[in-house]
Design a protein around this ligand. Structure first.
Ligand SMILES: CC(C)(COP(=O)(O)OP(=O)(O)OC[C@H]1O[C@@H](n2cnc3c(N)ncnc32)[C@H](O)[C@@H]1OP(=O)(O)O)[C@@H](O)C(=O)NCCC(=O)NCCS
Length: 221
C-alpha cells in the first residue's frame, strides 16, 4: 500500500491548511470513543478521560485550551490528535492524545497528524512538544511513531502507572535548535551515567518493557 501524508476526503471547509478538521462536533464524541476502543490499547477509564477532553472543548470552545485535529472520512473518524499548552510553562505544549483507527494503521496517518499538530503548536508560539506514554509492549507503535518523528526520551518514571508499567516522557524541540539550558535536553541522545540510558537506539523497541530495559533506574530520592 502506498504511503500517504495527507488525509483524503476530509470534510471541505472545516480544515486548516493541513487538511484536518479543527472543530470537533457532537458526533465526534461517539466516534472518538469507538476509535479508541477499537485500538484495543486503552482502558475504559482512559477512554472516559479522552471523552472528557472533547466534552470540555465542546462546552467551552477554544477557552478549554484543548486543540484537536481530526481526520474524518465521511462518517468515520480515521484519526485525531489533541494537544494544549502546559500551564505556567510558556512555549511548552502537551500532546495529550494521538490515535488512528486500526483500519487506517500503517498508512502514514499517525505521522501526518503529529506533524500537523507540531505545525499548529509552532504557529501558536510553542517551542517544545511533550508526549507521555507507557513502557508496555502495546505502546510500541506509539513510541516508534514518536521516535521516527524526532522525539527523544526526556524522563522515565519507573512503575508510574503500575508495577512494571513505567511512564516515558518524550520531547521534541520544535524550533529545530538544541535548546539553550545546560541541562541535557536536546533532540540528540544524551548520556548521564547516574540515570538510565533512555536515549539509546532500543528505547522504543519491544525491549522497553523488559525488567532491565532501563538499567538500574534513576537515582531519585
Ligand atoms: C501509534 C499510532 C497512532 C500510529 O498510527 P499509524 O497511522 O499507524 O502510524 P504511521 O503509519 O504514521 O507510522 C509512522 C511510524 O510509526 C512507526 N510505527 C507505526 N506503527 C508501528 C508498529 N505497529 N510497529 C512499529 N512501528 C510502528 C513506524 O516508525 C512508522 O514509520 P514507517 O512506516 O516509516 O516505518 C497507532 O498505532 C495507534 O493509534 N495506536 C493506538 C493509540 C496509541 O497508542 N496512541 C498513543 C498513546 S500514547
Amino acid at each position: 500500500m502506498s504511503k500517504k501524508t495527507m488525509p483524503e476526503n476530509s470534510e471541505p471547509g472545516t480544515g486548516t491548511e493541513t487538511g484536518f478538521c479543527t472543530e470537533p462536533g457532537l458526533e465526534d464524541l461517539g466516534a472518538m470513543r469507538r476509535l479508541l476502543e477499537r485500538t484495543g490499547v486503552f482502558s475504559a477509564e482512559e477512554v472516559d478521560v479522552a471523552e472528557s477532553l472533547i466534552r470540555e472543548r465542546l462546552e467551552r470552545g477554544i477557552a478549554s485550551e484543548y486543540h484537536f485535529l481530526l481526520d474524518r472520512r465521511n462518517a468515520v473518524l480515521a484519526g485525531f490528535i489533541c494537544y494544549g499548552p502546559i500551564g505556567c510553562a510558556p512555549g511548552r505544549w502537551d500532546i495529550y492524545w494521538v490515535a488512528v483507527d486500526p483500519d487506517f494503521h500503517g498508512q502514514g496517518l499517525g505521522k501526518a497528524l503529529l506533524h500537523a499538530g507540531e505545525q499548529a503548536i509552532r504557529a501558536k508560539g510553542g517551542e517544545r512538544a511533550y508526549v507521555e506514554t507507557s513502557s508496555l509492549d502495546r505502546y510500541t507503535p506509539a513510541r516508534a511513531l514518536y521516535r521516527c518523528c524526532g522525539y527523544t526520551v526526556d524522563a522515565f518514571q519507573r512503575d508510574f502507572y503500575a508495577m512494571g508499567d513505567h511512564k516515558v516522557t518524550l520531547v521534541k524541540i520544535l524550533d529545530g535548535s538544541t535548546g539553550t539550558s545546560s541541562a541535557p535536553i536536546s533532540n540528540a541522545p544524551t548520556s548521564n551515567t547516574s540515570e538510565p540510558d533512555v536515549s539509546g537506539p532500543d528505547i522504543c523497541g519491544p525491549g522497553i518493557s523488559g525488567p532491565n530495559a532501563f538499567g538500574p533506574g534513576p537515582n531519585i530520592p
